[in-house]
Write a protein that binds this ligand. Structure first.
Ligand SMILES: Cc1cc2nc3c(=O)[nH]c(=O)nc-3n(C[C@H](O)[C@H](O)[C@H](O)COP(=O)(O)O)c2cc1C
Length: 179
């Protein structure tokens, strides 16, 4: 299957990026086709233009770093997103990434047709400075929950800190390998 990694952190030494890379390494070794998309300043928020809701429309009409993601998504079997924790919540890029999935709704009526097949696995890995805690976990759920509405098969969130980095990298690798 195709496995897409989306790294929200722009930091060169990003822990969430390292974990996404470990996951993709495991997936590649298991024979899957992987691609990493590193979000950067070429990331635009949803502008609510509704172009994606027109009859026969494709994915988001904005051309930016996520264009490739939405090209790959229909054929993908799994997505792994990595993001840092800023002020207790997933960093802004992760929210923008989530918001842009609005283009997957074919219409906004009561029968919201979704443009991708259901059942794609969705993994999320969050890096934070402080130890794992329930308040942050609740905030991570908030940014991940909408993916269920688009038919993704949500997997447990992984939290990585500097102290747990090596352990989590191994776990991320194993998760990718188990796909
Ligand atoms: C603007 C900013 C806000 C942050 N806020 C928090 C925070 O509220 N709680 C926390 O545990 N870590 C916080 N951190 C630390 C980051 O979550 C940590 O460095 C993490 O590793 C960043 O993810 P990355 O390594 O993938 O870039 C913050 C860092 C920055 C730059």
């Amino acid at each position: 299957m195709k496995v897409i990694g989306v790294a929200c952190s722009c930091l060169p030494r990003s822990n969430s990026l390292k974990a996404v890379e470990a996951f993709l390494k495991g997936a590649a070794e298991a024979g899957h086709e992987t691609e990493l998309i590193r979000l950067n300043k070429d990331l635009h928020g949803c502008i609510g233009c509704q172009a994606c809701k027109k009859e026969g429309a494709g994915m988001c009409v904005q051309k930016d770093i996520l264009t490739r993601y939405f090209e790959l998504l229909p054929e993908a079997g799994a997505v792994v997103m990595g993001a840092g924790n800023y002020m207790g919540y997933a960093q802004g890029e992760a929210w923008t990434f989530m918001n842009r999935h609005y283009c997957l709704y074919g219409s906004m009526g009561p029968e919201r047709k979704i443009k991708i097949e259901p059942g794609k696995k969705f993994f999320a890995i969050f890096a934070q400075g402080t130890p794992d805690n329930p308040a942050y976990r609740a905030n991570y759920e908030a940014v991940c929950k909408p993916f269920e509405g688009w038919g993704f098969d949500r997997q447990d969130v992984m939290v990585v800190t500097q102290a747990t980095l090596e352990e989590r990298l191994k776990e991320a690798y194993e998760l990718g390998k188990a796909l």
